[in-house]
Ligand binder design. Sequence first.
Ligand SMILES: CC(C)(COP(=O)(O)OP(=O)(O)OC[C@H]1O[C@@H](n2cnc3c(N)ncnc32)[C@H](O)[C@@H]1OP(=O)(O)O)[C@@H](O)C(=O)NCCC(=O)NCCS
Length: 179
Amino acid sequence: MTEKNTKLSVDLIKKFSAGELQELCKATEEAITAGIGFSWIKPPPRQNLENYWKGVLAMPQRNLFIGSFEGAVAASLQLVFPNRSNEASSFSASIDTHFVSPWARGHGLARRLLEAGEDLAFKSGFSQILLEVRETQERAISLYESAEYNKWGTLPAYHIVNKKVVSGSFYYKRLESKK
Ligand SMILES: CC(C)(COP(=O)(O)OP(=O)(O)OC[C@H]1O[C@@H](n2cnc3c(N)ncnc32)[C@H](O)[C@@H]1OP(=O)(O)O)[C@@H](O)C(=O)NCCC(=O)NCCS
């Protein structure tokens, strides 16, 4: 899947083309340094990041979209399908590692990635998407709420960042309306 305009592209990838993995790692490092809001608090060694992203592509239930700005990888979103053994949640996919590197923000890339993930979820037969976000990620919260995600819960002790406990918000979106 590719959506292109003059500046932005969003691609669902199955393997990394030349240079793509390094660009994705660089974008991840930049976003971590700016406070990525999930997983890492400070950039891990480059090899660990490379292993992480390669591992994502190796897992069949993880669908990796990468976003590029003016030709360089700047963003990601994973649409995660439930494990096959999880029959009771077979209707519900989730979103992970949704970020845009600081230099590419404010141009609509995060929204494009979100829409691409929702399209794939719907086309794959899922009727619900779940995501979670740290309370301090105001841009992300405003994006998700404007995209009609409904907050269903708050976890007071969600993350510990620089010795401070930060709460998290949990969202769902039903996809029937897109039928
Ligand atoms: C949240 C994030 C992904 C947004 O990326 P982006 O490419 O700048 O977002 P877009 O340009 O697509 O904007 C989408 C929406 O984000 C919100 N947004 C963008 N910039 C904003 C700002 N400066 N202030 C408040 N809201 C903002 C708006 O709702 C915007 O919609 P609009 O353009 O229709 O007003 C990015 O800031 C980021 O990577 N943050 C750190 C990681 C993160 O918080 N991930 C969320 C899961 S934890």
